[in-house]
Design a protein around this ligand. Structure first.
Ligand SMILES: C[S@@+](CC[C@H](N)C(=O)[O-])C[C@H]1O[C@@H](n2cnc3c(N)ncnc32)[C@H](O)[C@@H]1O
Length: 262
C-alpha cells in the first residue's frame, strides 16, 4: 500500500452541478469552441490533436519539458522507435507543424509552473493539467493557474486517482490538490469523466460566477418555501368552500377500502 494522503471531503454544493461522463473524450465536445486552450503536459500530442479537431481553439498552448527521449522505454516501446530517432520536442513540433506555422499553436519547452507563470493574467479559457501528478506539482500549478485562467474559464485535471494504480503504485496528489483548490477558491465540479482504469478527469469552474448557493443558503430558501406553502394551505382550509365540502371529503374517505385508508 503506497503512502497515500487523505483527501479533503468536498461539500455538496461544489458537486451539485456535476455530470458523469463515460470518458475524457466526451468532455471535448462540451467545451466552448474558438478559445485559448493550454495543455500542461502533452507527451506525444494525442490529446492535443483531439483538442485541435474538436474545440478548434483560437490558440493552443502546449507546455512540456519535452525530455521523454532521454528515457529508453515509454509505454512499453523504445523511445528511439516512438520518436523516430528525434527528440521529444522535435517529434511534437513536426507532428503539429501546420498549426504552429499558422500561428494557432505555441509550444513552450519549460517546467509547467514557470511556463504557466509566463502567460498573461486572465488569458486562458481552458487549462488541461496532465504533467507531474505529485501533490507539490499539481498544487503549484493550480496556485498559478488561478491567476491565469479567465473568470468564466475551466480547469480540467487528468488522473484524478490516488496513485499509479496497476503500474508503479506510486502515490499521486491530484485529488488532494484539486479538492483543496476547490475548497479554498470556491470552484465547483461540472464533469467527472470515467476511465477504464479509473484514471478519471474532472472539470472545474468558478462557483461564484454561476451563483451556486452554499448548502445553508439553499436550506434557508427551502424553509421559506415550506412556510409559504403552509400558509397557503391554512388559508385554503379556512376558506368557505373548503368548509362546505368537508362532509363530502369525509364521506369519500369512509367509502375507500380499509387498506387504502390506513
Ligand atoms: C501523462 S503525459 C501527458 C499526456 C497527454 N496530456 C495526453 O493526454 O496525451 C505527462 C507529460 O507531462 C510532462 N511533464 C512531467 N512533468 C512536467 C513538468 N514539471 N513540467 C512540464 N511538463 C512535465 C512529461 O514530459 C509528459 O510528456
Amino acid at each position: 500500500m503506497p503512502d497515500l494522503m487523505e483527501c479533503p471531503r468536498l461539500p455538496g454544493h461544489l458537486l451539485a452541478n456535476a455530470r458523469l461522463l463515460p470518458d475524457r473524450y466526451e468532455i471535448l465536445p462540451l467545451l466552448p469552441k474558438g478559445r485559448v486552450v493550454a495543455e500542461i503536459g502533452v507527451a506525444l500530442g494525442d490529446l492535443s490533436e483531439n483538442f485541435l479537431l474538436t474545440c478548434q481553439p483560437r490558440e493552443f498552448i502546449a507546455v512540456d519539458l519535452f525530455k521523454l527521449h532521454e528515457i529508453p522505454m515509454l509505454w512499453g516501446k523504445p523511445t528511439a522507435e516512438l520518436f523516430g530517432n528525434r527528440t521529444h520536442g522535435e517529434f511534437y513540433r513536426e507532428r503539429f507543424a501546420e498549426p504552429i506555422r499558422q500561428g494557432r499553436m505555441r509550444v513552450i519547452e519549460e517546467d509547467s509552473v514557470k511556463a504557466i507563470e509566463g502567460l498573461p493574467d486572465h488569458s486562458v479559457d481552458i487549462f488541461y493539467v496532465d504533467a507531474d501528478h505529485s501533490y507539490a506539482s499539481v498544487a503549484g500549478e493550480l496556485a498559478v493557474i488561478k491567476r491565469k485562467v479567465r473568470d468564466d474559464g475551466l480547469i480540467i485535471l487528468n488522473d484524478y486517482i490516488m496513485n499509479e494504480a496497476g503500474f508503479s503504485n506510486a502515490p499521486y496528489g491530484v485529488i488532494q490538490a484539486t479538492n483543496e483548490f476547490m475548497l479554498s477558491e470556491n470552484w465547483e465540479m461540472i464533469y467527472f469523466a470515467l476511465q477504464s482504469y479509473m484514471y478519471c478527469d474532472v472539470v472545474l469552474r468558478k462557483a461564484s460566477s454561476r451563483g451556486a448557493a452554499p448548502a445553508g443558503e439553499r436550506l434557508a430558501a427551502l424553509e421559506q418555501q415550506n412556510a409559504a406553502l403552509h400558509q397557503a394551505l391554512e388559508a385554503m382550509r379556512a376558506s368557505r368552500s373548503w368548509r362546505l365540502t368537508a362532509p363530502l371529503r369525509s364521506l369519500r374517505q369512509s367509502l375507500r377500502p380499509k387498506r387504502e385508508r390506513t
